[in-house]
Design a protein around this ligand. Structure first.
Ligand code: DQA
Length: 143
């Protein structure tokens, strides 16, 4: 599966640790790898570039790969990313939107997600556990 991360998440560890925790994205990736069966491939990526992120979603559409997506600030305003995510929905490929923090407890601009409407589900507020919960769900059979 693809575990995609948007802007500024490459700064985890030093970025507002009181909000996002002290793990780096590499730490989170290592913990996720350790928590899944050996045959599950976690392809964890991060970019600050909207076009690159959209390209990765297109790749998932073309390959039929489930996606865990932390869109970071793009969550709140990127209609381009939403339209890309809608292609996953159209193709019946699961997409779980995740957030380390709970955006609803934060600034008003974070209360809106333009992605959630096309996601299979949203997990927010559990720190790095949000990713693990998303992966747990993706690994379960769904009817
Ligand atoms: C975030 C929440 C967003 O509002 C913010 O812009 C981020 C991280 C989270 O994981 O809590 O960069 O997606």
């Amino acid at each position: 599966m693809l575990v995609l991360n948007g802007p500024n998440l490459g700064r985890l560890g030093s970025r507002e640790p009181e909000v996002y925790g002290s793990d780096t994205l590499a730490d989170i990736g290592a913990k996720l790898e350790a928590s899944v069966p050996d045959d599950v491939v976690i392809d964890l990526r991060q970019t600050d570039d909207e076009g690159v992120l959209i390209g990765w979603i297109h790749e998932a559409v073309d390959r039929g790969t489930p996606v865990v997506l932390n869109p970071a600030a793009f969550t709140h305003y990127s209609y381009g990313l939403r339209d890309a995510a809608a292609l996953l929905k159209q193709a019946g490929i699961p997409l779980v939107e995740v957030h380390l923090s709970n955006p609803h407890t934060r600034e008003t601009f974070r209360h809106t997600s333009v992605i959630s409407g096309v996601a299979s589900g949203v997990i927010a507020g559990f720190g790095a556990e949000s990713y693990r919960l998303a992966i747990d769900w993706l690994l379960r059979p769904h009817g």
